[in-house]
Design a protein around this ligand. Structure first.
Ligand code: SAH
Length: 196
């Protein structure tokens, strides 16, 4: 298959914000993702009280699931609307504060303290700001990243991982000539070369 057809495609942050404003969010799964249930054991690997990262989190309900299981969840999402909808749709009280290291960024934290959502671009984050993680749920994240930014995205993710962390990655398989994306088609061979 010819992945070249998507190589130069760029979706801007403004376009993502507009999708949220228009309610054009077909990617959001109200019921949560069955693959997280299926592979939860792989993610947790017998551990409890993990720090779990949700890159490009949207308002993924899986953040609530994992927090309810006693884990601490950190997400990053460029749309403030998405972040606010997450808290309001789960009736979770939260507070918001500026992130001193990132100009214009805000962090929204559940009052109980176990869910922290950064409203900024993922490329503004680093381990000195958010720490490192024991697990990552990457659904609609790597596949939503612009193809030209994949290497940068993966380098950051590797940097945010603790030594024994686990990473669940959901991709989609389809003919990239028939759909311009996102979600983009990321072939398995590329995943192997990106993550090493
Ligand atoms: N993972 C979520 C959302 C997937 S859609 C889910 O499973 O439902 C991708 C999301 O990434 C969108 O909500 C979009 O607003 C956000 N996004 C796109 N580029 C981003 C960036 N550079 N930094 C942070 N969030 C971004």
């Amino acid at each position: 298959s010819d992945v070249g057809s998507q190589k130069d495609r760029v979706v801007t942050e403004e376009e993502w914000l507009e999708r949220w404003e228009m309610g054009n969010i077909g990617f959001h799964k109200e019921q949560g993702h069955p693959l997280l249930q299926k592979y939860l054991d792989v993610l947790l690997n017998g551990r409890s009280g993990l720090r779990i990262f949700f890159p490009l989190c949207g308002k993924a309900v899986e953040m609530k699931w994992l927090a309810d299981m006693g884990h601490s969840v950190v997400g990053v999402e460029v749309s403030e609307q998405a972040v606010k909808e997450f808290f309001s749709e789960h009736s979770l009280p939260y507070c918001e504060e500026p992130v001193s290291e990132i100009s214009g960024a805000k962090m929204f934290q559940s009052t109980s303290g176990n869910i922290s959502l950064y409203c900024c671009s993922i490329y503004d984050l680093s381990s000195s700001i958010v720490g490192k993680f024991d697990g990552v749920w990457d659904r609609g994240a790597l596949v939503a990243v612009n193809p030209c930014d994949r290497q940068r995205y993966v380098s950051l993710m590797i940097n945010l991982m603790e030594k024994n962390s686990s990473y669940l990655l959901v991709t989609v398989s389809y003919d990239p000539n028939k759909h311009k994306g996102p979600p983009f088609y990321v072939p398995e061979s590329e995943i192997k070369s990106l993550f090493g």
